[in-house]
Design a protein around this ligand. Sequence first.
Ligand code: NAG
Length: 231
Amino acid sequence: MGVLERNPLTLQKLSLSAGLLFSILIAAQGFDFFYFVQQWPGSFCDISSSCCYPVTGKPAPDFSIHGFWPNNNDGTYPFNCDLANAFNASKISDLNGGLTTHWPSLACPSSNGESFWQHEWLKHGTCSESILDEHAYFKAVLSLRGSIDILGALQKARIQPNNGMYSFTSINNALTNYLAHTPGIECNSAANGQNQLYQIYVCVATDATTLIDCPILPQSHCSSQLLFPSF
Ligand SMILES: *[C@@H]1O[C@H](CO)[C@@H](O)[C@H](O)[C@H]1NC(C)=O
């Protein structure tokens, strides 16, 4: 104590690091909302790094799950919150059919999806484990996928994965009308350089169920006209 009193700089340093530690603890345990992210498989496969179909074969031409990501209102997000909470495939074996259909991995080499689900659980899922255990997390994601039909909503607005060009505005309007909330729309580049529709971010409250207005939208990288490639 005497040493600290004689050295105010040390005290200042101490309280600074206590504050930092506190922020890290808060960041590791709390978050404001989820991004439910779906991807268009055609836009994952026609990029320069290409893709590999799952061992079960080519997935249906439909949006598939990329992830369910705890996020903060300021755009930051917690990740790798509890690497000790290992992914255990047998805890979600009853969900295997739905996961194989709606959450396939298109990464190379071909796989049955388990390593993708494990990666997503460890990086993102463990950050919501105070609310959802592993089974509840994957069940919540499948249930959201079951109630949100992005492709159906686009097709109703005559926006089809037919290698056509569509305006960002028409895609945004179709999805905003359907969801009653504006989604995040992310584009990437096809191997030929064409800007294309890649991922849709739907914002979900921390109950893992209720759709909300996005507190912050992800980077879009979209041009005013986008390719919607076939798959
Ligand atoms: C994985 O989960 C199953 C079913 O809950 C359980 O019996 C098993 O002990 C778990 N394995 C590990 C390594 O925790």
